[in-house]
Design a protein around this ligand. Structure first.
Ligand SMILES: *[C@@H]1O[C@H](CO)[C@@H](O)[C@H](O)[C@H]1NC(C)=O
Ligand SMILES: *[C@@H]1O[C@H](CO)[C@@H](O)[C@H](O)[C@H]1NC(C)=O
Length: 334
């Protein structure tokens, strides 16, 4: 009983620190090391909780929500589309509140897997194909040590850089890349059972146009929402049970020492390795004015901040509308 309360205390402390604006999204995309510009081609997510936060999105936790596809307001197109060729090396630049090497990228408690999917744009039923994933890659050595995870040890340690390569021979066309970080620090219970907790999903979509003479079509994949279930062992998972060293009270999970990454297996047409390419300079802003947009009962509210004081700038009714045919993005207002 005593040890049970220890684990409760640890998770409670982390839960509280997680309430701060400690979340991440993609700020830029490098193609073969060349930055395409801050926020260009990226469907920047809205924050889905009311202030006092800012800068960042809150996680999506409801597995049945349309927001699990490309995050909150993920149906809203970016005015720019990034052109790529099969074989190009892409680096997604994930950050929290500034696009610099000193940014924390994601809260150090948010251990979890990182995943990349690709889908024709717009997505249809079963159109998301997994092309990269990384989960728990080194076990912890002490009781309750979470081990080394993609989000906190790989991507955060590498200044937010997530690498993926455009599949060889991929047929020209418009695609969405759905890159995702998952925080498991409160995932010992499902959101369905306890909406205060549950796995935290940070999906973010990037608009690309594949050019060239490829002929490879994507196979059938999965749908978002739909791909993940509360019964998935990788969705409800206790990161403090990842260690091989047995805690005082044994973890009940049969998965101690392993972590099954959610979703399907990686497509055989994806590159077996992703390579970190040398990156050129960042092009564009490295900071943004503190902002927040949140959605409550289909009303989206956007605010700017004066110190900690949120100033509402717009309020409008919001329903995600995903077109069934490709729409050319409207040019950005000047
Ligand atoms: C992508 O990276 C791989 C591995 O470093 C390299 O062989 C390949 O030439 C790169 N592709 C492009 C288009 O630069
Ligand atoms: C596509 O094919 C044409 C004609 O063979 C060729 O000139 C062009 O370089 C190819 N483009 C790419 C991106 O491979």
């Amino acid at each position: 009983m005593k040890s049970t309360s220890i684990i409760t205390t640890i998770t409670a402390v982390l839960a509280n620190s997680g309430l701060a604006d400690a979340h991440c999204y993609i700020w830029g995309v490098f193609v073969n090391g060349v930055d395409q510009g801050t926020f260009r081609g990226i469907r920047t997510p809205a924050y889905n909780g009311a202030p006092p936060s800012g800068y960042a999105n809150s996680p999506v936790k409801d597995l049945d929500s349309i927001d699990l596809r490309c995050n909150v307001l993920g149906d809203k197109q970016n005015s720019y589309t990034i052109q790529v060729e099969p074989g190009d090396n892409l680096t997604f630049d994930w950050h929290h509140d500034k696009r610099t090497a000193t940014d924390d990228v994601i809260a150090s408690s948010h251990h979890g897997p990182a995943l990349v999917y690709i889908s024709p744009d717009p997505p249809t039923e079963d159109s998301f194909v997994k092309i990269w994933e990384e989960g728990l890659y080194e076990l912890g050595t002490a009781p309750f040590a979470p081990g080394k995870w993609a989000t906190t040890e790989d991507i955060a340690a590498n200044h937010g850089h997530m690498n993926v390569r455009i599949p060889a021979g991929l047929k020209p066309g418009h695609y969405l890349i759905r890159a995702e970080m998952i925080g498991l620090h409160e995932a010992d219970v499902s959101y369905e059972k306890n909406p205060m907790r549950g796995a935290q999903f940070y999906p973010n979509c990037v608009q690309i146009e594949v050019v060239g003479n490829g002929t490879v079509e994507l196979p059938s994949g999965v749908s978002f929402p739909g791909a993940y279930k509360y019964s998935d062992p990788g969705v409800v998972y206790d990161v403090y049970c990842s260690t091989k060293t047995k805690p005082t009270v044994p973890c009940t999970s049969s998965l101690v020492g392993t972590y099954p990454i959610p979703g399907p297996t990686v497509w055989s047409g994806a590159w077996p390795d992703t390579t970190a390419v040398e990156l050129g300079p960042v092009s564009g802003e490295t900071t943004v004015a503190r902002w927040s947009s949140w959605v409550q009962r289909s009303v989206v509210t956007s605010a700017t901040f004066d110190g900690n004081q949120a100033k509402v700038v717009t309020t409008s009714v919001y329903t995600a509308t995903w077109s069934s045919v490709y729409q050319t993005p409207a040019p950005s207002p000047v």
